[in-house]
Design a protein around this ligand. Structure first.
Ligand SMILES: C=CC1=C(C)c2cc3[nH]c(cc4nc(cc5[nH]c(cc1n2)c(C)c5CCC(=O)O)C(CCC(=O)O)=C4C)c(C)c3C=C
Ligand SMILES: [Fe+2]
Length: 416
């Protein structure tokens, strides 16, 4: 056990008491951002800090894990001259680092940033981009599902912040824990890979609403209502590559992708100043749902079915023909569906004086050609929301199944 480990464990034991002290100080003396270390017996960590997610398993973490309040998305390119050997060593190092951090343990060269925090539902998810396979001499193993996404008319993509050989998604219910993991993985990349782009996002923190509810995005809409649910009979076949290698109607998948999934990542800027000028009624017609509770404009609660045929007294459709919820519905897209698991982002003001804010849209599917692509094609042709959003970056990554206890992510590809 090294010094860091000793102090981390000791601090984990005292954090509850320190937290209580901090609360007392806050109540009595204002917000100094300071809490004296307590010397008394430790209290248990709050649930938000103590919750762990498993790193090993059939699927990687961070796909069906409840959305966390802090996230980082980062892409890496392999260094000049680095090939399969270096990539294999890198995935071993990254997997070992992720497993330790997700268990709440420090790394060997820990920076100390998260020393006094619990694992806080940290998840680390790894993916391979299309270019990874040529760089490592594994072109024959590249899934056709990684073929480039089609160009959409509304794309305004920045290639420097798109794609990449490797992709890492980090989520945690604490900002320092999430940053700590990102930094540890960047250090563990060593000379094998360098960061290509990096984005930071957030969601609502656990426990801030009176009851658990679907999250809101920065336009204020309830967003995520009609996501596939793990309890749905077809959830696994929609989201994960089956062990047999391909799903119904999908092109064959390589065996190494069994239990894996494909992540489509889009940084979608929201034109919030324009959006805010719309009346509430018009905002609701853009989506086809009420803003207050996410219920369809045709009535019922949030979970009610959309009545896409209902017309109002004036004979026009209650859920307009170009409403986002109508156009993106699986019933309108031959059953195409995806698991949306985004983070919001806010990177200050853009040069034009408008907020640089929006959605780090991440969606998961067993095959992008049966998930993101057909839906985005349809949205691209006539979504009322498109006047208020701009797709600025894009990435498509093959996310292999989870690592075995004695293995690492990507082993079945790199050491078949
Ligand atoms: C290509 C896929 C999609 C993109 C890109 C996208 C962008 C986007 N969406 C919202 C807000 C909402 N989307 C909602 C539903 C919804 N969106 C998609 C797909 C994309 N959205 C799907 C498949 C669905 C579900 C449709 C269904 O199953 O019926 C909703 C409604 C509530 C919900 O079901 O989640 C909102 C609100 C924004 C703001 C945005 C880009 C910034
Ligand atoms: Fe949407």
């Amino acid at each position: 056990m090294n010094d860091n480990e000793i102090s981390r464990r000791r601090l984990l034991g005292t954090v509850g008491a320190a937290g209580v002290t901090g609360l007392a100080l806050g109540a009595a003396g204002g917000a100094a951002g300071y809490a004296a270390a307590a010397s008394g017996p430790a209290a248990a960590l709050a649930t938000v800090g103590s919750t762990t997610e498993p790193f090993h398993g059939e699927h990687q973490p961070g796909i069906t894990t409840p959305m966390q309040s802090h996230g980082h998305l980062a892409a890496f390119d392999l260094a000049q001259g680095a090939g399969r050997r270096e990539a294999t060593a890198l995935m071993r190092r990254w997997s070992a680092t992720a497993a330790r951090l997700m268990a709440g343990e420090p790394t060997d060269d820990d920076t100390g940033v998260a020393l006094d925090a619990g694992p806080s539902s940290l998840t680390v998810t790894f993916g391979f981009g299309r270019t990874f396979f040529d760089r490592t001499g594994l072109t024959a193993q590249r899934p056709v599902q990684l073929d480039p996404l089609p160009a959409f008319s509304s794309d305004r993509l920045d290639p420097r912040r798109s794609e990449g050989d490797l992709w890492v998604q980090i989520g945690a219910n604490d900002g320092l824990v999430a940053f700590h993991a990102l930094r540890a993985l960047q250090k563990a990349a060593g000379s094998a890979a360098r960061t290509r782009w990096q984005m930071t996002g957030f969601n609502r923190s656990p426990g801030v609403t009176a009851r658990p509810m679907t999250s809101r995005n920065l336009m204020g809409q309830v967003d995520g209502t009609r996501n596939p649910k793990p309890s749905d009979a077809d959830f696994d076949s929609r989201v994960f590559v089956p062990a047999t290698g391909s799903g119904a109607g999908s092109a064959a998948q390589p065996a190494w992708m069994a239990g894996g999934s494909y992540a489509v990542v889009r940084r979608i800027r929201m034109l919030l100043d324009d959006w805010d000028e719309l009346s509430l009624k018009d905002q609701e017609r853009v989506i086809g749902r009420r803003k207050s509770d996410g219920a369809p404009l045709t009535g019922g609660g949030e979970a009610a079915e959309l009545d896409l045929d209902r017309v109002g007294p004036d004979g026009s459709l209650v859920i307009p023909a170009d409403a986002h919820a109508r156009i993106s519905a699986p019933e309108q897209n031959a059953g195409a569906a995806m698991l949306r698991r985004p983070f919001s982002y806010h990177d200050g003001m853009a040069a034009d004086g408008t907020p640089d804010a929006g959605l780090l849209f991440v969606c998961w599917q067993a095959d992008p050609l049966r998930g993101f692509v057909p839906v985005q094609r349809k949205l691209d042709r006539g979504d009322a929301l498109s006047r208020f959003v701009r797709h600025e970056t894009s990435g498509l990554f093959a996310v292999p199944g989870g690592a075995a206890e004695d293995g690492y992510v990507g082993r079945r590809l790199l050491e078949p």
